[in-house]
Write a protein that binds this ligand. Structure first.
Ligand code: 8Y4
Length: 283
């Protein structure tokens, strides 16, 4: 496989994602911990306003997630996940000029989000759940396959690797093959090494350093490091003090060939991408 196997314009439902240049995906959590009270309408309205501000700041994707992957978070039933995510996916798809990514591993959520206008399936479990490959295949949408081991919350007991880069690459290669066998065209696949998921600081840093070696899988890379604990571990800073570190890694990820950056701080990350593009455009 060659590095440039993918074309520039990825069809994402009714919209196209330009992968000839780096794109910014804004994170939108719709877990009860993020919108505690005020009722369903207020939650959807607040989510829509947050999404609109990220779009105004230059996000070309909004990643809508209804299941907290935080360590210790309790599991969410498919019905509960759907009740959180569906109205937000529907509202953003209707109101905003942006690709809605749905952060889910649940087949029923994949199907309903597709019907409501989602443009991308972002699955931290890489479509490993029963029925997820079929639901994603039927959606016709692109899929982001992320590497992880075990389940969010109890993941650190799985963080043993002899060669983290090789093992992540082998896992992702296997999931590409599973997708293709399920009828998902390889052109629809985006890959993600899964920073912070069942990995120690050493693993995360090693993967980041060698990010470019994942290009030989021939698919665009998505990187999510925004505010994550690897920054906290290196810098000794709490989650609300990790912007500079997040931006440094965003720039480095783009330099190592990442095409999508999943971030909280969209305006700042868009500035990073723009200044890198200006340098690249110079003689
Ligand atoms: C502060 C804020 C500290 C957020 C940690 C976090 C990824 C992902 C997540 C990722 C893809 C997170 C849904 C974890 N991370 N999807 N999702 N890639 N594709 N933690 O890296 O943001 S949730």
């Amino acid at each position: 496989m060659t590095v440039e196997q993918f074309s520039g314009r990825l069809p994402c439902g009714s919209r196209f994602l330009d992968l000839t240049r780096p794109q910014v995906m804004g994170i939108l959590n719709v877990t009860p911990d993020s919108f505690s009270d005020g009722g369903r309408f207020a939650q959807v309205d607040a989510a829509l306003r947050h999404a609109a501000s990220m779009v105004a700041a230059g996000a070309s994707l909004i990643d809508v997630g209804g299941e907290s992957t935080r360590p210790g978070a309790r599991g969410v039933s498919p019905v509960e996940e759907l009740e959180r995510v569906a109205p937000v996916v529907e509202a953003i798809a209707r109101e905003l000029d942006v690709i809605v990514s749905v952060d889910t591993s649940t087949p029923a959520v994949i199907r309903e989000a597709t019907r409501l206008g989602a443009g991308l399936i972002n699955d931290v479990r890489a479509l490993c759940r029963e029925g997820a490959l079929k639901a994603a295949a039927d959606s016709g949408l692109p899929v982001c396959l992320m590497h992880m081991r075990g389940e969010p919350g109890g993941m650190q007991q799985h963080s043993h690797y002899d060669d983290v880069v090789a093992e992540v690459r082998a896992f992702l290669a296997g999931r590409i093959a599973a997708c293709v066998a399920a009828g998902i065209a390889v052109e629809r696949v985006i890959l993600d090494p899964g920073f912070g998921f069942a990995k120690t600081l050493e693993h995360n840093l090693g993967l980041f350093k060698h990010l470019a070696s994942l290009h030989d899988l021939g698919r665009p890379l998505l990187v999510g490091v925004s505010r994550k604990s690897m920054l906290g571990q290196v810098l000794g800073r709490e989650v609300d003090q990790r912007l500079a570190g997040s931006l440094a890694l965003a720039a480095l990820a783009v330099a190592r060939g990442a095409r999508i950056l999943r971030v909280h701080d969209v305006a700042e990350t868009v500035d990073v991408v723009r200044i890198l593009a200006a340098v690249e455009a110079a003689e």
